[in-house]
Ligand binder design. Sequence first.
Ligand code: FPP
Length: 249
Amino acid sequence: MNFKNISLSTESLPQHVAIIMDGNGRWAKKRSLNRVRGHREGTKSVRDIVRACREIGIKVLTLYAFSTENWNRPAQEVSALMKLLKEFLTSELSEMMENGIRLNAIGQVERFPENVRQVLEGVIEQTRFNQGMLLNLALSYGGRHEIVTAVRRIASRVKAGELNVDAISESVVSEHLYTHGMPDPDLLIRTSGEMRVSNFLLWQIAYTELFITRTLWPDFRRKELFQILQAYQKRQRRFGLTGEQLNKS
Ligand code: FPP
């Protein structure tokens, strides 16, 4: 596949791409605009990246849209983010249906205001049979909280006599996370240059390839995604083995 001189092999594409969308505030500040304008512009990047991933055949795309820590931002910014999310879901539904995109949310969605939850649950419900791509929005998401919730659920199953302690394996833990049934991310991209994981998919990124770009999220569009995918295809994923062992297999 070719895009403006970037060639991608369709065979070694990541199945699951996860993105920490960072830098909306700085994008706005650089232009002396309100932070909310940065988030609004960031929504355009969300649209472009979702479309691009669907077009090239990515199976799962997870976007970190709102962390548990983001609740502590000024109330006006939090409510603007809620509004943007609602607008995005409403305006994208028909395209999601046309393109076979299934929406899912990971995180403490119950903390969201009723009006946002209703729209979110409606879109999840309407897109549930779509099979082209799974779009996971991480909303009020925190990786540690996700693990604690999984541990609690596993412990109660043990207590109820449904599960033996010795049967608790990595796959049992995975099955109790929000991402159960999904492949772990092959690729994690973070925009705006920060070298942090910020409590995102802590369990799931054990062997994920990381790419950090200095580009601020509102400036991040498909061209750069394709460049990153091209670089990803040149990396050798070793999963703890030696290069020689992999070359033999
Ligand atoms: C980080 O930038 C971004 C967020 C906290 C929110 C991401 C939200 C969007 C891209 C728009 C709405 C989402 C969807 C799915 C429609 P920041 O504010 O932390 O930037 P800064 O570090 O430069 O201040």
